[in-house]
Design a protein around this ligand. Structure first.
Ligand code: G3I
Length: 357
């Protein structure tokens, strides 16, 4: 251990001990001492999602520039924002985010080109014949991936293709019109033609929670690769409950790593409210949260360096998290509402330092 190195064991133990103190939820942050910027502690890119609105919040900008080296538009690079009712494409906000990343020397990551959850009216109302629908599908992917060619490091080309319970793939407008498997293979080929350099990802969630889903995801990767689809990376969203069993995430990331492709922990957050054991003491949940953030860093760090694509936080501060929409009392992020590091930040930074060595 280098002298003066950020001593992981003591910090994590300290962070867990502090988290175990029963503090009122809104008290001053636990005194966890110095936490190095995450992007400095990490041997791979650390990202966060963002919305254009964040760029007008100096506190958020300062925190993101200090802590992160990569950005993912949380929703403004998706069909729901870009595709207009008349089928036109609107790029003002994704362009602003791309410009901010470029101006600040940050990597940009795109999500998502094709997602079952988004089927704009302009597509739904189109003639069902595969030829014209396919042309519009290809045109959309080409327009978006082509526009950010040379700007994005990677794309979620197909998002959440596996069924909720892992039994098969999801049904969607895309699968109905262009084929359950073919629409996915097509999306990867069209994205590759539009951007020869971006790493093209298949991204999904609950891979660390539902073994059947992880298995089906891996079978889909195998089938896409066998069919010649240019899948270049695998995304594990990693939205975890704070009481998730230790090792579940490490197991999932290791399974994805066996493909030899870059792995992206693409949407990391750890929900206190979603924890199954609702009766668990807040302190236990906060300790579990800290452990799971550390596990995410360790899991990615256990892969060969060339496969450690990035670790992206899905919300920097508690107030930024989508999970607030589910439960306003949830505190899933590593920074509190004022941008101060929580025990989870200390545990994450310590684990990142350990991986860096
Ligand atoms: O900001 C506008 C607001 O001005 C407007 O009044 C309001 C009503 O139209 O919409 C607001 O935008 C919403 C945006 O979140 C910001 O809150 C969009 O409607 C809403 O669709 C968008 O939801 C995003 C969601 O994906 C759908 O794109 C969430 O922020 C985002 O966290 C969530 O992220 C997903 C990943 O892409 C995939 N994995 C799961 C993850 C969480 O659901």
């Amino acid at each position: 251990m280098r002298s003066g190195a950020f001593n992981r064991r003591s910090v994590v133990a300290g962070a867990l001990a502090l988290a175990a103190c029963d503090r009122p939820a809104r008290s001053a942050p636990a005194d966890i001492g110095f936490v190095p910027p995450l992007k400095t502690a990490a041997p791979f890119p650390v990202g966060t999602c963002l919305q254009v609105a964040h760029l007008d919040q100096p506190d958020w900008v300062n925190l993101a520039l200090t802590q992160c080296s990569q950005l993912t538009p949380e929703w403004e690079m998706k069909m729901e924002y870009i595709v207009q009712p008349d089928g036109g494409l609107l790029f003002d906000r994704p362009d602003r985010i791309a410009g901010f990343a470029r101006a600040n020397g940050m990597r940009l990551y795109g999500t998502t080109l094709v997602w079952y959850a988004q089927k704009p009216k302009a597509f739904e109302q189109m003639a069902a014949d595969p030829a014209s629908f396919g042309k519009a599908y290809d045109s959309y992917i080409t327009s978006v991936a082509g526009r950010y060619r040379g700007q994005v490091a990677g794309w979620d080309v197909v998002n959440e293709a596996v069924a909720e319970d892992g039994n098969g793939w999801r049904d969607s407008l895309w699968s109905q019109r262009l084929g359950a498997f073919d629409h996915m293979k097509r999306a990867f080929h069209v994205a590759r033609a539009a951007d020869p350099d971006a790493v093209l990802f298949l991204n999904d969630y609950n891979l660390e929670i539902i073994p059947k889903k992880l298995d089906t995801f891996q079978r889909l990767v195998e089938r896409l690769l066998a069919a010649g689809a240019p899948v270049g990376g695998l995304g594990c969203q990693t939205h975890m409950p704070a009481d998730l069993a230790a090792g579940s995430l490490a197991k999932a990331v290791a399974a994805l790593g066996r493909f030899g492709l870059p792995v992206h922990v693409s949407e990391l957050d750890v929900s206190l409210s979603r924890a199954r054991q609702r009766f668990a003491r807040r302190a236990d949940l906060e300790a579990g949260q800290a452990r799971l953030y550390a596990e995410a860093a360790q899991a990615l760090g256990a892969l060969p360096a060339r496969q450690r694509f990035a670790l992206t936080l899905w919300g920097l501060r508690d107030r930024d998290s989508w999970l607030k929409g589910e439960n306003a009392a949830d505190m899933p992020a590593v920074f509190d509402d004022q941008g101060r590091p929580k025990p989870a930040a200390a545990a994450l930074a310590a684990a990142l330092q350990e991986v860096r060595g």
